[in-house]
Design a protein. Structure first.
Length: 182
């Protein structure tokens, strides 16, 4: 069976959207898969909107452009409004329910996975890890990669002077995966 998974990850600048997209792509490469990663920045980096697309496949990737994504990781309301209509029927929608009311999601058309990413990250000691919580939920919900492959790639995308945060980020990934299990 061939593997193909694509995702648009979207939120405000400063929420770590690009970091988790980069992490997912790197983990896919390290796992021997083909990947594409395209970052898209709004007018301002911190506080403006930001999104990225990641495609992970065991086959050649024809185009990195995603018009109808199979999955979304949504960190804020404007991103839900913009990208939810593009999500394929039956697609996976990870919603940061700390900032987005899950009732706004079209749960009759897609597989909704609400995750209180900010609260979970807070309980781990750092709200800024909400992105890792959301990524852990995505990995669990889609099965795109083993969670351990993502954890193992943390050292490649987190700057060396922040390497002391790698264990906490791994913990946040695991907490997000646990939240997605229900």
């Amino acid at each position: 069976m061939s593997l193909y998974q694509d995702v648009i990850i979207a939120g405000f600048g400063g929420q770590g959207v690009m970091l988790i997209g980069n992490l997912l792509a790197y983990a896919g490469m390290e796992h021997g898969l083909n990947v594409t990663y395209i970052p898209v920045y709004g007018p301002e980096m911190r506080g403006g909107t930001a999104n990225c697309t990641v495609v992970v496949s065991d086959d050649a990737i024809g185009s990195p452009i995603i018009r109808s994504p199979k999955s979304l990781i949504i960190m804020n309301r404007p991103s839900l409004d913009k990208f939810q209509p593009q999500l394929v029927d039956g697609g996976v929608l990870i919603v940061n329910s700390s900032l987005v009311d899950p009732a706004l999601a079209d749960a009759s058309r897609v597989r909704l996975v609400p995750v209180a990413a900010n609260e979970i990250a807070d309980s781990l000691g750092n709200t800024r890890m909400a992105n890792m919580v959301a990524l852990g939920a995505y990995v669990q919900a889609t099965g795109v990669l083993p969670l351990s492959a993502v954890e193992d790639s943390l050292g490649h995308v987190i700057a060396k002077h922040y390497s002391h945060l790698i264990p906490k980020n791994a913990e946040a990934l695991r907490a997000g995966a646990a939240a997605a299990k229900g």
